[in-house]
Design a protein around this ligand. Structure first.
Ligand code: P6P
Length: 283
């Protein structure tokens, strides 16, 4: 039997070109909401169906779960458990800005803590299609063309000096503690704002240039917006493998114990010193 982790990642990478092409003509809104109560894009539903069919049928896959569906698909085997955000940032479709596919591969049934991840990564549909992938503490970057993938950088780590920052949520809804931290970051002339409205595009800039991304707890939404299983765990796993840090405000995202498949969690990832400072400020 081949390694189910390799098979899952290879299938997602091979599907990227088809997903990218399939965005054309699917930029409208479906008349359904996802389990988080967000109106789905046609492309959300289509990409989810495509990945669900392909990933749940791989030997060794025990479950397929996604941000776009309330129920878990049983794969029948018991080796790995796959959680996917099929199209993170699909709201960017209308403005033709970057979006991506985020995936986490766990070795425990879902919902599972991030400490149960064995691999994670994301596909970015930018000017070109790329993949960032973490396994066994090592991050690799690929370029994807026509179902093939080419390594463009291996053993990737965050640049030492933080350059970019991107903070989500409406500023008037930030907590006082996060507002204090944000002002510190913004007032440092060595930093510059990069916020594109798709977490995965913003996180990929942090991986590339160094810095910090956050979608914090908000006064009107104390658990923030982003989902633990499908977005925050996979992102935290990769960024920590790249010598960065993650935090829900008090601890590594990977230590957060889930209570529900669609739990949200405040997300802060990137430069370790900035994340340490954030936790001090929020204490
Ligand atoms: P807001 C995209 O819809 C998403 O889930 C993330 O990719 C992104 O970071 C966030 O929502 C943007 O949220 O509140 O800025 O529109």
């Amino acid at each position: 039997m081949t390694d189910p982790v390799d098979d899952v990642v290879a299938t997602i990478a091979r599907s990227a070109a088809e997903i990218r092409q399939g965005l054309v003509g699917r930029r409208g809104k479906a008349d359904e909401e996802n389990p988080s109560g967000e109106l789905q894009a046609e492309a959300d539903v289509w990409a989810d169906d495509l990945l669900a069919d392909r990933l749940s049928s791989i030997d060794g896959v025990g479950q397929y779960a996604s941000e776009e569906r309330s129920e878990i698909i049983d794969g029948g085997d018991e080796k790995v458990y796959v959680a996917v955000d099929p199209l993170d940032g699909s709201s960017n479709l209308q403005s033709n800005n970057t979006m991506g596919t985020v995936f986490g591969i766990y070795d425990e049934p879902l919902p599972a803590p991030g400490s149960a991840l064995v691999a994670s990564g994301w596909i970015l549909y930018g000017p070109i299609t790329t993949m960032a992938y973490a396994r066994d503490g090592v991050v690799t970057k690929y370029e994807l063309t026509g179902g093939e993938r080419t390594v463009v950088e291996d053993d990737v780590t965050l640049p030492d000096d933080p350059l970019v920052y991107g903070f989500g949520g409406r500023v008037p809804h930030w907590t006082e503690g996060f507002r204090e931290f944000a002002r510190e970051v913004e007032s440092d002339p060595s930093h510059k704002l990069r916020y594109g409205g798709a977490m995965i595009g913003d996180v990929n800039q942090v991986l590339t240039y160094g810095g910090i991304f956050a979608y914090p707890a908000l006064e009107d939404s104390p658990r923030g917006k982003l989902r633990l299983q499908f977005e925050c765990n996979p992102i935290a796993y990769l960024i920590e493998a790249a010598d960065g840090r993650s935090s829900d405000g008090t601890q590594s995202i990977l230590e957060v114990e889930p209570t529900d498949l669609h739990d949200r969690v405040p997300l802060h990832v990137g430069n370790a010193a900035l994340i340490d400072r954030l936790e001090d400020v929020l204490e």
